[in-house]
Design a protein around this ligand. Structure first.
Ligand code: ZN
Length: 176
């Protein structure tokens, strides 16, 4: 999943606006950022990305980001929310991909990537639902402003771009 994570983050943020939005956005994509960083540094990510997307890795990330949020905002509910956003990455990826569990454990997931239309529907639903919650955080007078809609269009553009990159990587044109 790509833009869906950010949609989920926007929705989660709408319930706790005392925590920085950027932190929630990064938390939602944490395993993917780790993937990208380790890939660029040529560090082994383990079978099926076990070291970034395994249950242990995601749980460690959730605890780390929960603690970070608490240090930044001194807000226990906010810290739990951000930790939950990191954990949500695993659940959302379960729908779209094939994910590791633990070392030697089963590989699980519904792998919607193999059904691009179903994938697009799920990602779009998550993006729109999260964006609608996010939009509610603005005063009624500015909810229809271009900037509020620009967030939605940016997420949809990101999803389409991700679809192209995915198609290229499945076709073997790019690695990582
Ligand atoms: Zn992921």
């Amino acid at each position: 999943m790509y833009a869906g994570h950010l949609g989920f983050a926007l929705g989660a943020y709408s319930f706790r606006r005392t925590i920085p939005l950027w932190l929630v956005l990064i938390a939602s994509q944490l395993p993917d950022w780790l993937d990208a960083g380790m890939c660029m540094a040529s560090i082994d990510r383990g079978p099926y990305g076990l070291y970034t997307h395994g249950l242990v890795a995601v749980t460690i990330g959730a605890v780390a980001f929960g603690v970070l949020t608490w240090l930044l905002a001194r807000d226990l509910t906010g810290a739990l929310l951000v930790a939950g956003v990191v954990l949500s990455h695993y659940l959302l990826d379960y729908f779209t991909g094939l994910k590791p569990t633990w070392s030697g454990g089963p590989i699980i997931g519904l792998y919607l990537y193999s059904r691009p239309v179903a994938d697009l529907v799920l990602e779009s639903f998550t993006v729109v639902a999260g964006w609608l919650l996010y939009r509610r955080t603005f005063p009624a007078s500015v909810r229809n402003d271009g900037m509020v809609y620009a967030t939605l269009f940016a997420l949809i553009a990101l999803q389409l771009l991700a679809g192209v990159v995915l198609a290229l990587s499945l076709g073997g044109h790019i690695k990582c």
